[in-house]
Write a new protein. Structure first.
Length: 251
């Protein structure tokens, strides 16, 4: 069996209990070496074969997965955060299906959750924003035109922008063109939950300048929206004394 495991955002103890067990039992681990916390590999048993996928192509990864399965190994494919977001896992799964190799997925804590915890942030404050847009700037991997930054910005929802820390000038320009104001609250969270985490709150217009001041060019999540200021929101109805639920009658 091949287990696709989300390693979490960075901190070693933010991997799931299930994911940790898969690592402990694995005979082979192929891990995203440029992104995951190497301390997680300390949980591997003696003799476990380790491969750093940062130095490998898809074909080379697939070759190891197929070979390991043929040897009867338990295999972990360890991805950063949650593999369902920008994890390039579907193409690996398609190869496994073609080879009739069984696999499953173990979810992980995504960096947008880690960043929220670092800032004590709620993305969905009543009367401020009830939606979170997770997106990225186009780079070497394009973004469909219908999913442009400008089109998402027009909704004025909370936004978590991945893989874009090196393009903050262009990102800011597009967010402004979409309808955000320069004074819209924003944040940069570099390596969320890692020991060397850096978190910066600022305005949208200051994003590029603040990142340059701290030398941040990658491995950072960009957050935009009024929820970052966490002011002027309405109290939740769920816990209001006049609100009835199936568990409690309102007064």
């Amino acid at each position: 069996m091949v287990h696709f495991v989300g390693a979490g955002p960075g901190a070693k103890d933010l991997i799931t209990i299930r994911g940790k067990k898969f690592i402990e039992d694995a005979d082979m681990i192929i891990y995203a070496g440029s992104l995951i916390n190497p301390e997680l590999l300390e949980e591997a048993k003696p003799g476990c074969i380790l491969y750093d996928s940062a130095k490998m192509t898809l074909e080379e990864v697939a070759e190891k997965l197929v070979w390991g399965h043929g040897q009867g190994m338990e295999i972990v494919r360890l991805h950063t955060g949650d593999a369902s977001l920008y994890g390039a896992v579907r193409e690996q799964m398609d190869i496994l299906e073609e080879k009739k190799i069984p696999y499953d997925s173990c979810p992980g804590v995504s960096s947008f959750c880690g960043a929220a915890s670092s800032l004590n942030l709620e993305y969905t404050l009543p009367e401020v924003s009830q939606s979170l847009v997770i997106t990225r700037m186009a780079g070497r991997t394009p973004v469909p035109q219908k999913e442009s930054i400008e089109s998402f910005a027009a909704h004025q929802a909370s936004m978590a922008v991945f893989l874009s820390a090196g393009m903050l000038g262009e990102l800011t320009k597009r967010l402004l063109a979409g309808g955000y104001k320069e004074n819209t609250p924003a944040a940069i969270v570099y390596k969320a939950t890692w020991e060397d985490e850096i978190k910066i709150t600022c305005s949208l217009g200051e994003l590029e300048e603040k990142a340059k001041e701290r030398g941040i060019k990658k491995t950072a999540l960009i957050l935009v929206g009024d929820v970052i200021a966490h002011t002027s929101y309405q109290r939740s109805k769920l816990y209001h004394p006049e609100f009835s639920t199936e568990f409690r009658k309102g007064k």
